[in-house]
Design a protein around this ligand. Sequence first.
Ligand code: GSH
Length: 220
Amino acid sequence: MYTFYALPLSTYCAKVRIVLRMKSVEFKELVPPGGSYTATEYQQIVPAGSIPAIKKGDFVVHDSDAIVEYLEDKYLTPSMRPANIEQCAQLRAISRFHDTRLEASVRALFPMVKKGMMKVAESEIQLAADRLFDDIFRLSKIINPHPFLNGETISLADCAFPTTLWMAADLLESLGQKLHFPNVISDWLENLQRNPIIEDEVTKNRLAIANWIASFNTHH
Ligand SMILES: N[C@@H](CCC(=O)N[C@@H](CS)C(=O)NCC(=O)O)C(=O)O
């Protein structure tokens, strides 16, 4: 039984949770001891001080991609990575695009959402939105879902995107901007959400995000 350190708002945690559930791995989910990834209690267990992380006995690993690759190596069914190493490299590149580009652009909206739309310059919102539109456009060029990134079955690389794409749309909407997904992305998302585990994780994450947004609206 693994301990899975996670928080409901985190898209990286949703990625790992989807893979844990798809592979029917037994886990107990905990918020970081001390309540936050910055807490000393948590950093005594996970020195990197980030979520997600998993622990089993003495084995601790942080970083969502390191965790899902480990789960793939350890739990072979269902297989979520192509056997062909070139295809594997291409899918890993898409996962890196998620972690280093797309999520960073979504995260750039957090301080604006906290301040509230009325208190942020329109030009600042527009700049962040344009960066996100550009990332989503580039994403549409590097993927070729049929219907998933590796064909008929959902791969590790697919699992990062559903909650992040919805988070982008929901946060932008709270800032008065509408996010249009290119067809290749909206069709892919729809196919991914036909999977009950992904649909459930999207629903829970969107609810957490909606509550988070609302918490700033009430205080201001
Ligand atoms: N590359 C990491 C990023 C995870 C991440 O940024 N998590 C946030 C919360 S959603 C966090 O723990 N931030 C604190 C930090 O990274 O030090 C991963 O894939 O797990």
